[in-house]
Ligand binder design. Sequence first.
Ligand SMILES: C=CC1=C(C)c2cc3[nH]c(cc4nc(cc5[nH]c(cc1n2)c(C)c5CCC(=O)O)C(CCC(=O)O)=C4C)c(C)c3C=C
Ligand SMILES: [Fe+2]
Ligand SMILES: [Fe+2]
Length: 344
Amino acid sequence: MTTMPSPLPSDHPPVKFGRVGVLLVNLGTPEGTDYWSMRRYLSEFLSDKRVIEWSHLFWQPILQLIVLSKRPQKVGKAYEEIWNHEKNESFLLTYTRNQSDLLGAALKDLPNVTVDWAMRYGKPSIQSKMNELKDAGCEKILVFPLYPQYSAPTTATVNDEAFKALLQMRWQPALRTVPPYHDDPAYIEALANSIQAKLATLDWEPEVLLTSFHGIPQSYFKGGDPYHCQCHKTARLLREKLGWSKEKLQLTFQSRFGPEEWLQPYTDKTVEELAKTGVKKLAIINPGFVSDCLETLEEIAGEAGEIFLHNGGEKFAHIPCLNDTPAGMRVLETVVRRELQGWV
Ligand SMILES: C=CC1=C(C)c2cc3[nH]c(cc4nc(cc5[nH]c(cc1n2)c(C)c5CCC(=O)O)C(CCC(=O)O)=C4C)c(C)c3C=C
Ligand SMILES: [Fe+2]
Ligand SMILES: [Fe+2]
């Protein structure tokens, strides 16, 4: 960082300036798989009005008294199965930290840039990292919500929180947010290559590949959230890149929560139907997740695979997320270099 040329007047507060921060932000993580860690995490997550849009007056009693009495145990057990026991943390945290370290190393030619990471729910918080970057002399901060497709419950809530952090600051940094990159050629190419690489390790070819995206309630889509369209565009571009038919590469939505209707077709129902109608070989990829997490490892690699095999399917493969692989890092680096233009 640069410091003010000395001598500063003796009564002048110390000043650090001249740096640019890049803050990668993913969804969040519980600190452990026990009841109270899970409860704290789910309570923060599900109290976010960008996630559950019902009025607090109606929702909080249901959340605190009903949902959070049982769900923490159930979800804690699921987390336990996919926990990174070596580091005693979730894989989402492991991958996000690695992505930050690797991106920092990849941007070594930009010595004024500092890369760091935060979580929207749990720790480290966006506010704490925004303060750290500012204290380290970052006058400009690029916030990167780690979601290729924009949605209000993910991208917007990260951006809200980053701008909220500025409320506390006398000398605010300039803030930029990374736009969705659902149709970026580098992203589509990395996905296509990851599919081809995984298929090359199998001694069978899938009849169908599902691109399974996290769902959102239909009402959010009808209210103007562009997420549905961006998922469809990613799937179309991937299909075109691979030269596959609409029957071979299909799009579904997973991880329904609550009583509302969510975006369709649902992944679990589609997997069951495919197996029952005679599809024997199935693969699933999760293009909307930058890193593997509960929703990909447990719900898809675990549960969806079981549904397929129990209903007559014979071969199942889950294609991992891009995570901290060189191909995944190339995507993040491409997006960050583009969005830093004019600042470095
Ligand atoms: C109404 C509730 C939810 C909406 C809307 C929602 C949107 C949404 N979520 C992701 C990405 C992730 N979600 C994850 C877990 C998760 N999601 C919800 C609810 C909603 N998500 C819950 C309750 C949970 C926790 C698990 C559970 O209780 O079932 C995760 C995994 C986090 C991890 O630590 O592994 C991710 C990632 C997207 C992309 C999205 C909208 C597009
Ligand atoms: Fe979710
Ligand atoms: Fe659409």
